[in-house]
Design a protein around this ligand. Sequence first.
Ligand code: FES
Length: 140
Amino acid sequence: MASTPQRDAHPSTEGPHSGTGDLADAYDVCAFDDLKLNGALSFTFRRQDKSRHGIGVFWDGEEVYAIDNLCPHGDAFLHAGDIIKRRVICPLHRAVFDLRSGECLTRFTNDVETHTAEVRDDRVWVHLPGEIPFVKDAPR
Ligand code: FES
């Protein structure tokens, strides 16, 4: 299992970027090297209704992915699961999720939402239209 600390969104000292063009509603969440080192990281955003939205960001050795971080089956954080090429395995009951589609491949719980993630200039960006980073004291 990868070492996977939970992080506040926008750990960059520059704060969140909500740019224009194709980076509108995209946030610079971490250094790509940090994600590669950890395999997965978690970030908390806030929806327009003010509810918290946990996002897991994953690196499987080939691509970067972002999905909702809470397993729909229970109270497990998917970023703490095992990552195997384009898939993450829930650490609690081993449901397998496709990181590209969010589909639960083992079919015993619901699918999870996926979000666009990309690497630009050695930083990882996640697109979350209408959401803002939520700063909190997170366990490390
Ligand atoms: S909590 Fe994820 S499979 Fe049960």
